[in-house]
Design a protein around this ligand. Structure first.
Ligand SMILES: O=C(O)C1=C[C@@H](OP(=O)(O)O)[C@@H](O)[C@H](O)C1
Ligand SMILES: C=C(OP(=O)(O)O)C(=O)O
Length: 444
């Protein structure tokens, strides 16, 4: 295995030229959340799991590498295909070294839950950004289940997860709407005695629950409460992963704002816990057509057509926030191009993602001449004319790709700094964006 580059190469910039329009048919890479879960459950299953559409991005490759380091035999990925020879619930082996998870919060939080129930110790580490992400949100409830996990004094990684701790099922009402926290506890719950129940303050993505069922593990849902009984088994299966709506989101926004644009995004996952972007853009006046084309791996998929239209500012309903949580950098760009004011509140979680996405986007939009006022848990954006200029993504993949879309309406060239992490969720973004009509190149 190649040595892993632990210090991010923060030198890569995108340069985008003004103008252009998006057109054609695009298929963005596989869903990141579903790809992580397919590897995790495939590794724990009895028998072989065959995955297609796997996201070959750095985040999901970090999860895959972690299981190889725990003795799981995994073939691929090659063209999105991965074959996992599951070792069963008790078959993971102690890793020789700490596991390096790069930029991936999902890997750190989900694996913390899973490893809490093992018979060996594991240390989880990450890059600069992951080393700042809050982990008490999983470590505290896991401790209530009997886990023993050490963090830094700030509650951040590295995480030292001590094995050989008997776990007990609990009922936990999450203080924040987080699919990572829910999934972490459910994975620990597989190893706990009794029932583990998680209550959500608002619906969050439910890929873990759907996929557990797909691997033959019963999951009960009663309203906002999801429960599993520990001690069962998972069975290898076939998992077809749809294109990631969070990656499609950049092109949805680009097509909505770019004069003359008309694109068709193919085979996109439209799980209702992920489609907040569609609801919000439609409320802003976007022209979006959705043609459901089937269900793959327990997830609904669709072709999404977006044509340019005049957008107007809105007050974003708070109940849509968890359903569009990763799409706000792109939505802020839509708001910057809309007529009037867009107000977002109840989205404090954006401040603890790969970057403080409220501040980073506000700074960037201001640098491009837009009035963007951060608040404690949101932002107020006045639509206006975007100028050219220089913005900084602070190593945040979603901010980098969102800023790239501003070129469709900007008056001058834009330099976006620190874009290497785009590969964490969207390998091939530059080529796909170029092919669709964005005038974009990278610069070292
Ligand atoms: O469970 C998941 O796969 C994810 C859940 C969300 O995080 P939170 O659980 O922190 O909201 C999201 O932002 C992240 O990109 C992926
Ligand atoms: C927040 C994200 O991912 P993670 O939490 O896995 O780093 C994201 O991809 O936008």
């Amino acid at each position: 295995m190649q040595p892993i580059e632990e210090v991010s190469q923060d030198t890569m910039a995108f340069v985008v030229e003004p103008g252009g329009a998006l057109s054609g048919r695009l298929r963005v890479p596989g869903d990141k959340s579903i790809s992580h879960r397919a590897v995790i459950l495939g590794a724990l299953a009895e028998g072989v799991t065959r995955i297609t559409g796997f996201l070959e991005g750095e985040d999901t490759l970090a999860t895959l590498r972690a299981f190889r380091d725990l003795g799981v035999s995994i073939e691929g990925p090659e063209g999105g295909r991965v074959e996992i020879h599951g070792v069963g619930m008790q078959g993971l082996q102690a890793p020789e070294e700490p596991l390096y998870l790069g930029n991936s919060g999902t890997s750190a939080r989900l694996l913390a839950g899973l490893f809490a129930g093992q018979s060996f110790d594991v240390i989880l580490r990450g890059d600069e950004s992951l080393s700042r992400r809050p982990m008490r949100r999983v470590c505290d409830p896991l401790a209530r289940m009997g886990a023993f996990i050490e963090t830094t004094a700030q509650g951040t990684p590295p995480l030292h997860i001590h094995g050989r701790q008997p776990l007990y099922g609990i009922e936990y009402a999450m203080p924040m709407a987080s699919a990572q926290v829910k999934s972490s506890l459910l994975l620990a719950g597989l190893y706990a005695s009794g029932r583990t129940c998680v209550i959500e303050p608002a619906p969050t993505r439910d890929h873990t629950e759907r996929m557990l069922a797909g691997f033959g593990y019963p999951v009960e849902r009663e309203g906002a409460k999801v429960c599993i009984q520990g001690g069962g088994s998972l069975y290898g299966t076939v998992v077809e992963i749809p294109a990631d709506i969070s990656s499609a989101a950049f092109f949805m926004v680009g097509a909505a704002i770019g004069k003359g644009s008309d694109i068709l995004l193919e085979h996109v996952g439209i799980n209702p816990t992920r489609t907040g972007i569609v609801d919000i853009l439609r409320r802003m006046g976007a022209d979006i057509e959705i043609k459901e084309t089937g269900v793959v791996g327990g997830e609904p998929v669709a072709a999404i057509r977006v044509r340019a239209s005049r957008l107007h500012g809105i007050n974003i309903p708070e109940d849509l926030v968890p359903l569009a949580i990763d799409e706000f950098p792109a939505l802020f760009v839509a708001a910057a191009c809309a007529e009037g004011e867009t107000v977002l509140a109840g989205a404090g979680e954006l401040r603890v993602k790969e970057s403080d996405r409220i501040q980073v986007m506000a700074d960037g939009l201001q640098a491009l001449g837009i009035s963007a006022q951060p608040t404690a848990d949101g932002i107020i954006i006045q639509g206006g004319k975007l100028q050219g200029g220089e913005v900084h993504s602070h190593g945040d993949h979603r901010c980098a790709m969102a800023f790239a879309m501003t070129s469709l309406v900007a008056k001058g060239p834009i330099i976006i700094r620190d874009c290497a992490n785009v590969a964490t969720s969207f390998p091939g973004f530059l080529e796909l964006a170029c092919g669709a009509g964005l005038v974009i190149r990278s610069r070292e």
